[in-house]
Design a protein around this ligand. Structure first.
Ligand code: NAD
Length: 453
């Protein structure tokens, strides 16, 4: 029997033991997870420095605060979330108890990506624990230091049978996917998302797919371009462009393109100095494979900013490309690196068609001072989420469901939404054996039925 099979079997038995049912148990596990984040913050930041050269300041800001907030919220709201939810009754159920009861699903498989290795595994885990599930966590093999640390830490803080960590890459994940789960929560690329859904179909296992894609960023000419560009520059180049909701490309009218480039140049200088390579605030590409992929995407362009790279460090300078043709390869696949193309459009309607002709994005960003224009663009487009006059901020609210639409994914999470996603909403009707008269009209034989009416 394989390791993976054993681990999953043990998680299932632990789930069936019933120990996740009492809310006190779930609360205690959540508290323990919270303690892990507080006590191990330095180690976590160091691991990410090793994986991505990420600034020590960015890890709390980008990952740990959101995990802590969600833990806090889950602990505060758990009894409310998990309790029965009475619903409206009809005439025939007036004296019944009718309610929705959220129940755990069983064993959840959480498969994570490498770009925010803690958030993409622990945020689903918070919801899985709160909802009373067992969960097998499979972090990405590419964020090696973080994954090893996660595997070392989790069993020290959590019930190790209920919440095991399984290590490995594609083949180990494929092995897991051949086993039976009650839900699969996947974060990563669309291509692998498809494999996950295929494997899940075998057992009719429900899936949540948090995928990627190209998130457009529209800058209206009626806009404070300097402020817009500061916000965009931060969101694009933080974590070296390896953020699922980073603005992938800019759409703007040709008349403001020059000004946009100038403002980004000025901001980059302010953020990372003359030489971003020596800035402690500027990251690296995760590995040589992705480095080659991103460098390949820039081929044939003369960057208006940046363009330098160093394979020995997986370093790619913050790069901006102007007048990028809308049908170039760069505009077909998610960039997932520090390369920002600008595509010019003739006006907002043109930008809207541009967006609607492509796959539905995970995020959309609109910068404008014109309320009417903003509303028009929001009405006439779709995306998993949208932030107006900033980037990525819709992600930071637990009250907003986070997830994609179409090719950018299915299902949603964060805060209560994670609890909902990983619960079964059981329909419950509890009746007494009294008042049998009410039921007579539904029993055969026909003629007596008619007479009773
Ligand atoms: P990936 O698909 O390469 O890997 C993700 C996970 O899948 C890893 O755990 C990996 O081990 C596993 N995996 C890889 N190949 C597999 C295979 N053939 N069979 C089974 N499992 C396999 O994705 P990635 O490169 O790690 O992540 C980048 C992508 O993730 C980007 O598209 C990004 O936009 C997206 N992403 C989305 C979110 C979100 O919340 N929507 C968050 C982070 C990243």
């Amino acid at each position: 029997v394989s390791m993976a099979r054993q681990v999953v079997q043990r998680a299932k038995e632990a789930f069936l033991s019933g120990r996740t049912r009492p809310l006190e148990f779930r609360l205690q596990q959540l508290q323990s997870l919270q303690r892990m984040i507080t006590e191990k913050e330095t180690e976590i930041c160091t691991a990410l420095k090793q994986d991505l050269h990420r600034s020590q300041y960015d890890t709390p800001l980008l990952e740990l605060i959101s995990i802590e907030n969600e833990l806090k919220l889950a602990m505060e709201k758990l009894s409310e979330w998990a309790s029965r939810r009475p619903v409206e009754k009809n005439l025939l159920s007036l004296s019944d108890e009718v309610y929705i009861h959220p129940q755990p699903l069983g064993v959840v498989l959480i498969i994570g990506a490498w770009n925010y290795p803690w958030a993409v595994t622990l945020l689903p885990l918070v919801g899985a624990i709160a909802a009373g599930n067992a969960a097998v966590v499979k972090p990405s093999e590419l964020s090696e230091h973080s994954s090893l640390l996660l595997r070392a830490l989790l069993p020290r803080y959590l019930d190790m049978e209920l919440y095991p960590v399984v290590m490995g890459g594609a083949s180990e994940t494929q092995e897991l996917l051949r086993l039976r789960f009650d839900h699969i929560f996947y974060t990563g690329s669309c291509a692998v998302g498809r494999l996950v859904m295929e494997a899940a179909a075998r057992y009719l296992t429900p899936v949540t797919l948090e995928l990627g894609g190209k998130s457009p960023c529209y800058i209206d000419k009626n806009c404070n371009i300097m402020v817009a560009c500061r916000r965009i520059t931060w969101g694009k180049f933080v974590n070296c462009g390896q953020t699922c909701i980073a603005p992938d490309y800019i759409l703007c009218e040709r008349s403001i393109q020059g000004r946009v480039v100038d403002c980004i140049r000025q901001t980059l200088l302010e953020f990372y100095g003359i030489d971003p390579k020596s800035s402690p605030d500027y990251g690296r590409i995760i590995n040589r494979h992705h480095f080659n992929r991103v460098v390949g995407l820039m081929e044939g362009y003369a960057p208006v900013l940046g363009g330098q790279s160093d394979p020995s460090q997986c370093y790619i300078a913050p790069t901006v490309l102007r007048d990028v043709p809308p049908h170039s390869r760069l505009m077909q696949e998610e960039i997932f690196g520090p390369v920002l193309p600008i595509v010019t459009v003739s006006d907002m309607d043109d930008a809207i068609s541009f967006i609607n002709e492509r796959e539905k994005p995970l995020a959309l960003y609109i910068f404008s001072s014109d309320k009417k224009a903003i509303n028009k663009m929001m009405e006439e487009t779709t995306s998993g989420g949208v932030t107006v006059n900033d980037v990525m901020m819709h992600y930071t609210l637990s009250s907003l469901p986070f997830g994609g639409v179409g090719q950018s994914g299915m299902g949603r999470y964060h805060g209560k939404h994670t609890f909902e996603q990983l619960s079964h909403h059981r329909a419950c009707l509890v009746r007494s054996l009294a008042m049998e008269n009410v039921n007579l009209s539904r029993y055969p034989p026909q003629d007596r039925r008619r007479a009773r009416r």
